[in-house]
Design a protein around this ligand. Structure first.
Ligand code: BTN
Length: 261
């Protein structure tokens, strides 16, 4: 079971996780964290975890489904401290990818904009909400990591595209330790990004799995195919289209449908 005290005892942070709440079941941890977006510094770094979500949300209005007690479903509330939302997204993806790799998994990759992949299948997703309340800006970083799912848990179309840490390591991972590592790593990279945003971007690029691949994408309902020739983590995906034109596609309106060598 997820346990706030156990997670806290393994934290090496000053900002994130000063307060941690674990729900047995809730609608969406992002929605709960958003309710605490009041009072400036007071709730900065507040963390919400849940064993189950009844209305888990993914990017672009997708649902995020997960079986009870098998995932890390986690949201972190941050007061705006001048780091751009793009850099927050990059720091979150790098922190999640490094945390997952430390579990003994093969090296994890980041699929733009911020999905984490292991052995070619998605193991984690990140959803960042921006909130403005009483003139103060906040961000909620929502992270879902598949931990104890078995192959049977992924049925239908998920079988070929989703995986979990346990499947990859052939063992049972410790969700409390992983949650503590994730929060510690996130704080580390957010702090480092203040001094050196280029450093975190480089770490992101080193794990980027789309570069050089042929990809099919959908942008505002229109389909495109081409070669991914670059990624500007905060601007978008740079694609040389089949017609030869080069175009940048932003994360807000773009979905990668397929990628191959
Ligand atoms: C995605 O891959 O589309 C992003 C998925 C984000 C899921 C996490 S689980 C914890 C937090 N609460 C939510 O409702 N969503 C995020």
């Amino acid at each position: 079971m997820l346990d706030a005290d156990l997670i806290k005892s393994n934290l090496k942070t000053v900002r994130i996780g000063r307060e941690i709440i674990v729900y047995k079941s809730t609608s969406s941890t992002n929605d709960i964290a958003a309710q605490y977006a009041i009072g400036g510094e007071k709730n900065d770094g507040f963390v919400v975890l849940a064993e189950q979500q009844t209305a888990g949300r993914g990017r672009r209005a997708a649902k995020w489904l997960s079986q009870t007690g098998k995932s890390i479903l986690c949201s972190i509330l941050l007061r705006d401290t001048g780091i751009s939302s793009g850099i927050i997204a990059i720091a979150s993806a790098v922190a999640a990818a490094e945390t997952i790799s430390k579990c003994g998994c093969a090296d994890s990759k980041i699929k733009w904009p911020n999905d984490i992949f292991l052995a070619g299948k998605k193991v984690a997703g990140i959803l960042i909400d921006g909130i403005v309340r009483a003139g103060q800006k906040f961000y909620v970083i929502g992270i879902g990591i598949n931990c104890h799912q078995t192959r049977e848990d992924f049925n239908g179309e998920l079988r070929d595209i989703a995986t979990s840490i346990d499947i990859q390591i052939g063992n049972v991972c410790d969700r409390n330790k992983i949650a503590a590592e994730l929060l510690t790593s996130l704080e580390h990279y957010l702090t480092a990004a203040l001094d050196n945003p280029a450093g975190i971007t480089e770490k992101w690029q080193n794990r980027n799995m789309l570069l050089g691949k042929k990809i099919a994408i959908e942008h505002k309902g229109e389909k495109f195919t081409g070669n991914c020739i670059g990624i500007e983590p905060t601007e978008g995906l740079i694609v040389q289209l089949e017609c030869g034109n080069i175009r940048t596609f932003d994360a807000a309106f773009t979905t990668v449908l397929k990628s191959r060598e």
